[in-house]
Design a protein around this ligand. Sequence first.
Ligand code: ARG
Length: 458
Amino acid sequence: MKLWGGRFTKPTNELVDEYTASIFFDKKLAKYDIQGSLAHVAMLKECEIIPAEDADLIAEGLKKVAAKIESGVAELSAENEDIHMNVEKLLIEEIGPVGGKLHTGRSRNDQVALDMRLYLREALVDLMDLLVKLQESLTNQAKQNLDTVMPGYTHLQRAQPVLFGHHMMAYAFMFQRDIERLIDSYKRVNKSPLGAGALAGTTFPIDRMYVAERLGFDGICENSLDAVSDRDFVVEFLANASLVSTHLSRLCEEIVQWSSAEFNFIELDDAFSTGSSMMPQKKNPDVAELVRGKTGRVYGHLIGMLTTLKGLPLAYNKDMQEDKEGMFDTVETLKGALALFAPMMETMEVKKESMYNAVRQDFSNATDLADYLVEKGMPFRESHAVVGQAVLYCINHNKYLLDMSLEEFQTFSNLVEEDIFAKLTPETVVNARNVAGGTAKNRVEEQIDTITNLLNDS
Ligand code: ARG
């Protein structure tokens, strides 16, 4: 007999049971469901809605059910549809009909919203911890690469040299904003919907704040219709997770490029690389590729959830059961990626020489030659054109700016003097960008300090 079987005259079609059940995936919520029920039953006792002895029996029974589910001996069935009704059924099996008092003043609609929030609260903390670890490994790489000059790109064309440490810190700041977004979202997750009932509240003299405080919530959802209909917090999480994935996948793409023979800027540790079944020489950056690839499913879950909610009337609709798998999968996908990323970044070998040679063999110091002429009084627009000519000359003569003699420089402008050679070396060019946030060594050190201080506070 179904928990809601009273008004029915026939058993449910088996296919309907299978199709409408969520137990296959919401069993992940068992721990939170029972945590919520324990708080609810404590409140029913406190408010004298059910007798104290019954409440105590229920609480004990719930703990036994929790242990049985955890050890895998409890049988969870599609016939009982979801985790909420499976737990209630198991409780009644455990302690008899008195178990049926647990659901007093409560609906699965406020219950499921509660479970989702309890689950996400924990997941947010875990994800923030993992993001902090990733920031630490990026910062460590940055510290070890404060003298490593690499080509900086725009349009994937060599633009101006930057420190590899500067590049690492760019990602550390992206992940900082991701952490801040998760922190900010936490306060919207951390509200208790319990007490909203099915949609309109309850006739029992419950104490919503008691439950909220017991479960560590900051307060309660203030409108019962909103409490059971709101999945904004899921959408917000998926959107924030999408940005984390965006940032990760950009870093992935760079790792894939950098580890190619064409770039040859880094080598991933053997422990974080994979081989080919056919080509003996291969060493592939599979982790970076797969993290990049999994971005698709995270974005998919965001669009899926938004689409599910679009146009849904208030209050609860069964459509909303679709909120779970995407959220769970996103949490697990990100956890998996982040757990690998920190050690992969930490153990990656940075090929300083190779990066330096790349900078030495490009025109990324051209802006500095133009700036040099400006310092000598030439208008920038004019110096831009003059340097363009010099670059063209070098390309035609198969050389780089620093390969020219003073006489050659002077054919483009007689403002050029002997000091030009020191001005155009990769180190000088980098350290000349001594503006707040710039790539000069001391500026990158400032950026490392900023992130390190934030990490120490967290
Ligand atoms: N399994 C349902 C879900 O995940 C729980 C809420 C069901 N409520 C209902 N009135 N059918 O959304």
